[in-house]
Design a protein. Sequence first.
Length: 403
Amino acid sequence: MPSGFTIRPLDVSRRFRERKPRAKWEKILHAPNVAIRWLWRKKEDLGWRKSFLYIFSALSTLFVLYALFLWLTLPSLSEEKIFAASQSTVITDRNGIELYRIFGEQDRTNVPGSDIPQHTKQAIIAIEDRRYFERGCIDVRALARAVLSFGNSGGASTLTRQLARNALNLKREYLLNRKIKEFILGCQMESEYTKEELLNLYLNWIPFGQNAYGVEQASSRYFGKHAKELTLGESAILASLPQLPSYFSPYGRHVHTDVSAELRAKILDGTVTSVDDILDDDVTIGLLGVTIGSGATVKNGSGKSLYVGGRADQVLRSMQDAEFITDDERLKATEELKTLTFKKVREDIRAPHFVLWAKDQAETLFANSPDKGLLERGGLTIQTTLDWRLQEAAEQVVAAHKD
């Protein structure tokens, strides 16, 4: 044997190592995969036509088995906590004035459906799921439209499926997993709950941006009022937000629609006198519309100004098309949108030293609670002895006498 060489025994342990036995469900899901590979190897013997049919059947079987597996892993709708949305704890003064809100990731206050105006419900339906009360668990028309246009004319997601996605936190799931689960849960929910119940759940669950979840908290955040006090124009604004809450944020960069410099010039010189003459590429849609030029909005080609609508105007137009509102009601709400202002962003805490002391006391009180997130998710109201009006007056006096 040449020098420098050594003989080592051949390690055959990996080749003949026993495989870990598969679970039953893994065997079931693995079977169609084995069949497909075998059919692919035998395609010349079977012929392309038979091979295609067999492979299509195997893929369909695999998909059905996979959907069945996902269905078996889904929570039961009969579980009490499945739609028990977390609600913020509110610290108030002695007269009920809000001083501070304690919440985790979602700032929410649930309200019954009777406290949500009918035009608010109709605004959501008109822009998100117009056939909500007519369709079954699958909107066949919307699905066909989405497939034929390759998704360019909008998706086929229903209000029920959006509710399932948010309530069960499916957003982080793989796309295929999420779509199958949304479909299964949507059909289950449609059979377990009435349309009105699902709509009320949706309006209490859905995010409206700025950490505001549910229509009640969104109304408070943006307009400083309760949901039951919302006007038609305000309802149209809130219905605009769920699709893209960050993009259409009332405190963001896309509050008003913007147009290209070329289009602006054409409007001002009278070349363009109708929104029907405007190309989509010349407009960046915002939450609210914008009036280009001065004076009254152009009518019948006169004048040199034009109102270009925003997302909220689209909601109002959809409501009219669905016959929820009349043309006069739409025009009145459009005028409301032109002068509407949003609630100014204020500090999230009033009387901070006192409120933080009260929060510490509450945390100590609930320290031994079996539910560790009760303070952030329990929807509690903690009423303190402070009178905010007197406190505010005192703070103003102190500030006025500072050196």
